[in-house]
Design a protein around this ligand. Structure first.
Ligand code: SAM
Ligand code: SF4
Length: 325
């Protein structure tokens, strides 16, 4: 399936819930958010039907995210149903890792291909302050379990000035002896206005190169997304940069998103899209749903304008847990 700019759309990110067992400062307010009612969330049956239709339209890779995808009951069977679907090549999960130790065996059994684990600090006290909950040892255990299981594993670090900018080197060193990628994500003005925390990817790279020396592009690692990977000399793993704010990777954008309540979201920044849940619940046939998806994809915006963040008029106001980051 191609959009109106000729971009091949083959990657679907599904937010299976907007609920979460953490309250990360950059994602959710302390008191949490009014959750979408269970009746409004897509059932697994509806999700599986939509993924089958998306697969017929050319989607090959599916990522389950949230909120925290592992808090949704039965996520293991959703993984295996999607993985078994004709046309689907990979199924991956983005998780905070808290429930991973208990769910990992069944997820692997179901065919999970890759996991991205969010981890912004190696300091237990800071972990508790960032997430407003506890759990650093469990997340570290989850990382080891994924590696032991031979799973393609990436660590997502949201870079925040004054919060974890003193730990970029030690976080990057997780990739020194481990075959994983540590990816630094530029802090995004999604649902909030604290731009002073934002650290440009180039600044992080500069900091790392003063310690590790010049890093070469790692061409062995290619995800489905916009990350650029580098490998310091002597590292088993690599360092990635997701420079959403500074880097115009929109011309290669291959993704659309499905929110927990079934909204087909065409770009992280804008609220443009359509409710597939309403279409399904109105009794549409598969071909009719396909038409709705193709018409919506034609409206996928050319690019985001996060880098014009001082001009905030177009900025998505929902927080990341609602969108499915
Ligand atoms: N709960 C899961 C997790 O934390 O990995 C999946 C959902 S979370 C919204 C997906 C990713 O978005 C995480 O890696 C998180 O760090 C990132 N994220 C959330 N808010 C962000 C923000 N304002 N800027 C940049 N990344 C953000
Ligand atoms: Fe939850 Fe992930 Fe948002 Fe943190 S980033 S509050 S773990 S959804």
């Amino acid at each position: 399936m191609k959009d109106s700019f000729g971009r091949e759309i083959d990657y679907l990110r599904i937010s299976v819930t907007d609920r979460c067992n953490l309250r990360c400062v950059y994602c959710m307010p302390e008191e949490g958010v009014e959750p979408i009612s269970h009746a409004d969330v897509l059932s697994y049956e509806e999700t599986v039907r939509l993924v089958r239709i998306f697969a017929e339209l050319g989607i090959k890779d599916v990522r389950l995210t949230g909120g925290e995808p592992l808090v949704r009951r039965g996520i293991e069977s959703l993984v295996s149903e999607i993985k078994a679907m004709p046309g689907i090549e990979t199924v991956s999960i983005t998780t905070n890792g808290i429930l991973l130790p208990e769910k990992l065996p069944a997820l692997i059994e179901g065919g999970l291909d890759a996991v991205n684990i969010s981890l912004d600090t190696l300091d237990a006290g800071k972990f508790d302050r960032i997430t407003r909950r506890t759990g650093l040892p469990v997340v570290l255990e989850a990382i080891d379990l994924c590696l032991d299981a031979g799973l393609n594993t990436k660590i997502n670090v949201v870079a925040m000035k004054g919060i974890n900018d003193d730990e970029f080197v030690s976080l990057a060193e997780l990739a020194k002896d481990r075959n994983l990628a540590v990816r630094f994500i530029e802090y995004m003005p999604i649902g909030r206005n604290d731009f002073e925390k934002y650290v440009p990817g180039q600044e992080i790279r500069g900091q790392l190169e003063t310690v590790f020396g010049t890093m070469k592009t790692d061409t062995t690692l290619r995800g489905h997304g916009p990350a650029m990977y580098l490998r310091p000399e002597g590292f088993a793993g690599s360092i990635g940069f997701i420079s959403a704010m500074t880097c115009a990777f929109c011309d290669k954008c291959n993704r659309v998103r499905l929110t927990a309540d079934g909204f087909l979201k065409l770009c992280l920044q804008y609220d443009i899209g359509t409710s597939l849940r309403d279409v399904i619940r109105d009794g549409a046939l598969d071909n009719e749903i396909k038409d709705v998806i193709m018409k919506a994809v034609e409206k996928k915006p050319k690019e985001h304008t996060f880098n014009d963040y001082l001009d905030a008029k177009n900025i998505e106001e929902k927080s990341m847990n609602k969108i499915g980051g």
